[in-house]
Design a protein around this ligand. Structure first.
Ligand code: SF4
Length: 386
């Protein structure tokens, strides 16, 4: 197919044709089918373009754990706040500025609140900005490094090439996505996921091959796909076709960006600097081999090591969502934002109560901004789909 991809992948006629094909195959399936779109950007595409309104009644699209800010344990936010109040400068991405720490009655609950109490918190666009500022004034600084496989190489590259000054260390909250996918499939059989739309950005680093275990070990189709509406509809159609034929497999629809083996340079960088450890996920708990921790000579960049702070362990783990917040169930595909009584009442994008309402990739925030809830149900009713 030739032409501008962003135009081609938004063609209305093509979308309607795919939607008809999805409805036809769905009508031939006996059961309801729950499909998890792992990543926050896919959730944005689905909600922004109203793709749920095109789904037949027996097809449910649920969001997954693919928002790195939403799953960052409150412990790390609290650690950054504590250091900032002790006079260490904290660099952070904008998405984490209003991310709440663990529920408690005293002290600032977010970096934003800490800043209003005089702490030096700087929002930066990249690690390079933090390095430049830290080098210029030599002040003790910490970077709250949050992200998945996509973000990790950008954090780790300056460490490998020796451009990070001694006064800058990292709260390393990088998380790995295949282990949490495995965790979801292992732990929630009562809410079975029948197909998965794999994260596109992450797969550019991991490679499509990282998802081979899903059809092999769980007998579930998984499609690596892009972020345009047509990409997502093709993925749904392919999942349904595979379910109908009883031949689950991994398909890489996003070959314009994702290779089979991924970014080898990034893999090497991660291997050189970090070990893979069991790690905490907000509201969920500890997930085996799902996080990165600095190793060897790179431990000198670990804020926990340098400031003598205890790393989060299974033993230290405790509930880190505010009472009533259902973010954990939402990131596990068990609930949707409109199931939370606080959605658009006590919790809004302007005044977020839980982590899924903070980041632009959070499901609650996306539904709040693009009417994924009540509005969607009304449209579906108008179209005779509910
Ligand atoms: Fe948590 Fe707010 Fe979402 Fe409810 S609406 S689940 S409180 S983020």
């Amino acid at each position: 197919m030739k032409g501008n991809p962003s135009t081609l992948f938004r063609q209305k006629e093509l979308a309607m044709g795919l939607s008809k094909a999805i409805s036809r195959i769905a009508s031939e399936l006996e059961d309801d089918v729950k499909i998890m779109n792992f990543c926050g950007t896919h959730e944005w595409t689905i909600t922004h373009f109203g793709l749920r309104t095109l789904m037949p009644k027996n097809i449910e699209l649920v969001a997954g754990p693919g928002c790195p800010v939403c799953i960052t344990p409150g412990y790390y936010v609290d650690t950054a706040i504590r250091l900032a109040l002790d006079g260490v400068r904290v660099f952070a991405y904008g998405d984490t500025y209003r991310l709440p720490g663990r529920p408690r009655s005293d002290g600032p609950k977010t970096l934003e609140e800490a800043k209003s109490r005089g702490a030096d918190i700087r929002i930066v666009y990249s690690v390079r900005d933090a390095i430049r500022i830290a080098k210029a004034d030599g002040r003790d600084s910490v970077f709250l490094a949050v992200g998945f496989e996509t973000t990790a190489p950008a954090t780790l590259s300056p460490l490998v090439n020796g451009s990070v000054p001694e006064n800058l260390t990292f709260i390393n909250v990088h998380r790995l996505t295949p282990p949490i996918m495995r965790y979801v499939l292992d732990n929630y059989p009562e809410s079975p996921i029948r197909g998965v739309i794999a994260p596109g950005h992450v797969s550019t680093i991991t490679g499509a091959s990282a998802w081979e275990f899903v059809p092999k070990e769980y007998g579930i189709p998984i499609i690596v796909t892009g972020f345009e509406p047509i990409d997502v509809l093709i993925a749904i159609l392919e999942i349904l076709k595979q379910l109908k034929e009883g031949k689950p497999s991994l398909v890489n629809e996003y070959r314009r960006a994702v290779s089979w083996e991924g970014n080898r340079k990034a893999h090497k960088m991660i291997e050189e600097t970090c070990e893979i450890v069991d790690s905490g996920w907000r509201g969920i708990g500890f997930v085996p081999k799902s996080g990165l921790r600095f190793k060897g000579k790179f431990r000198r960049f670990d804020s926990f090591e340098i400031y003598g702070i205890q790393e989060l362990t299974k033993e230290l783990w405790r509930e880190d969502l505010s009472p009533g917040c259902r973010c954990a169930e939402i990131t596990l595909g068990i609930a949707k934002p409109t199931d939370c009584p606080m959605f658009m009442k006590g919790c809004t994008p302007e005044s977020p109560y839980g982590p899924c309402m903070v980041s632009s990739e959070g499901t609650c925030s996306i539904w709040a901004r693009y009417g994924g809830g009540v509005m969607l149900e009304e449209i579906a009713e108008d179209l005779g789909l509910s």
